[in-house]
Design a protein. Structure first.
Length: 496
């Protein structure tokens, strides 16, 4: 009998490894490789296999498109997932399905920051998913279904539904979780009625308000194809290697300032490809779907960091260089029309141009989409639990603040990962350890029972958990921004 854990799934037997007391299975296919005849197609159910499949290595990621670095993909079996379980012989364990983020341009479930050891040690079966990103996953090409990255995630959830009991998990006690683009993906899944039966609860950290209209997405696809000397159709693009396509998306991201007058907010953010409100896969934004009653509420844990935009201003080297003109552009493009710019200036009369710019970018990109999702979910009959991370990163003299992504190593308990050390230093401070323990316990309680341990958010009683050295449950601290955005959910990016 093998010393390594084995599980018989609906598709065949998988053999993993034992790691830190848990059974770990990596690179399990939940769909066939989306290449060749299946490229740009909806995911196809994986084929059955004979014998035992070794699942000890992470699967390759789809070609990544990011402005700084485009990592080459190794292999084409991009649609895989990983399972870490305390006991594959158990039954009825709560399940957490992690959808990684990366601006819809990159995503890798193998990132050590997502190490599931601590969560599995708390009794959860943890699943993490690779899916198509960039042009492969989200560009609007003629002859291809839109939002293929979302379709991949749905296929992964179907795999969980039919297989997770073999790993000790309860298919009726599944929580989907994600941060940034992963959170945006989950917000989109909330609007898709056939999908909702595949999970019971949701955790969303830093929900982005990034969606395109069909008109804008079609023009981006045309420009992308023109740069490659071809047409924006599946037939034409099938001759373009996936990595070459990803590299051209990266190049287009760098050149987006040239398209600012035509593409407005999309070009200003520097993200060439994002989900499309297509009327087919994604019929409308999550906020309008929930507030209109076309999607029902759910148990939802949602939060954001205090200084979301700081990560980007520091990483791009722009911190300390923003001008009044930069602030005016940010207000004109991202404050809610028509009176948002004046409202921000009136609300922050003593703010420097940079402080005001960071406020409007943080609000428009992540803070208000997160808050408004909590409110919309509550209005749709769900239970929303809100948190704000106020604990600041100590690195670089504290300049990072409570920045975007700081919450991820806290929730996973991976401050010793390379990214964790970049954010918390080689030795995290005692208050970071305390906040990490609280956030992780909140996740476990929420996945198990539907409550993270503090009062739910209601429009009339706007309570939020402020995570800091001394955490407190308080009325939502961003009331000024909330009033500016009230009744103005994020609208899809469109042609200007």
């Amino acid at each position: 009998m093998s010393e390594q854990p084995r599980v018989r799934t609906a598709e065949g037997v998988v053999e993993g490894l034992r790691r830190r007391g848990h059974a770990v299975f990596r690179g399990i296919p939940y769909a066939q490789p989306p290449v060749g005849a299946l490229r740009f197609a909806a995911p196809a159910r994986p084929r059955r296999w004979e014998g035992t499949r070794q699942t000890v290595e992470f699967g390759p990621v789809a070609p990544q498109s990011v402005p700084v670095h485009a990592s080459p993909a190794e292999g084409t079996d991009w649609l895989t997932l990983n399972v870490c379980t305390p006991d594959p012989g158990a039954a009825g364990l709560p399940v957490l399905v992690w959808i990684p983020g990366g601006g819809y341009m990159a995503a890798a479930s193998s990132d050590p920051m997502y190490d599931p050891t601590a969560l599995a040690g708390a009794g959860l079966v943890v699943v993490s998913v690779n899916y198509r990103v960039g042009a492969e996953g989200f560009a609007l090409f003629e002859g291809a279904p839109p939002n293929r990255g979302f379709l991949d995630q749905i296929a992964a959830l179907h795999w969980v539904r039919r297989n997770i009991a073999f790993f000790g998990g309860d298919p009726d006690l599944v929580t989907v979780a994600g941060q940034s683009a992963g959170a945006g993906s989950i917000a989109a899944l909330l609007t898709m009625k056939p999908v909702r039966g595949l999970f019971r609860r949701a955790i969303t950290h830093s929900v982005p308000g990034f969606h395109c209209t069909r008109a804008l997405a079609a023009q981006v696809a045309t420009v992308l194809a023109d740069r490659l000397g071809t047409a924006p159709t599946v037939a034409a693009l099938s001759d373009v290697a996936p990595q070459r396509l990803a590299e051209e998306v990266t190049s287009l991201c760098v050149d987006l300032p040239h398209y600012r007058q035509r593409w407005g907010r999309l070009a200003q953010l520097g993200i060439a490809v994002c989900p499309v409100v297509d009327g087919e896969v994604l019929s409308e934004t999550p906020w309008t779907a929930l507030t209109s009653g076309r999607a029902s509420g759910i148990d939802l844990l949602v939060g954001h960091t205090r200084d979301e935009f700081r990560l980007f201003s520091v990483m791009t080297g722009r911190r300390g260089t923003f001008t009044e003109q930069d602030t005016r552009t940010a207000l004109d493009l991202f404050a809610p029309a028509p009176d948002g710019p004046d409202a921000y200036r009136a609300a922050h009369p003593r703010a420097t141009p940079e402080e005001l710019l960071e406020t409007v970018y943080s609000d428009s990109t992540f803070r208000m989409p997160s808050l408004l999702l909590a409110e919309a979910n509550a209005a749709a009959g769900g239970s929303s639990f809100l948190f704000e991370l106020h604990l600041a990163s100590p690195v670089l003299g504290g300049i990072m603040g409570a920045c975007h992504s700081l919450d991820v190593p806290l929730a996973f308990g991976t401050m010793d990962s390379s990214t964790g050390k970049q954010l918390f230093g080689d030795q995290p401070a005692p208050e970071a350890v305390v906040v990490s323990r609280e956030l992780q316990q909140a996740w476990v309680r929420f996945v198990t029972s539907g409550s993270p341990g503090w009062a739910a958010y209601h429009p009339g009683r706007q309570l939020s958990r402020v995570l800091a050295a001394e955490s407190k449950t308080l009325p939502y601290t961003g009331q000024t921004s909330r009033q500016i955005w009230q009744g103005r959910p994020p609208a899809p990016f469109d042609l200007t």
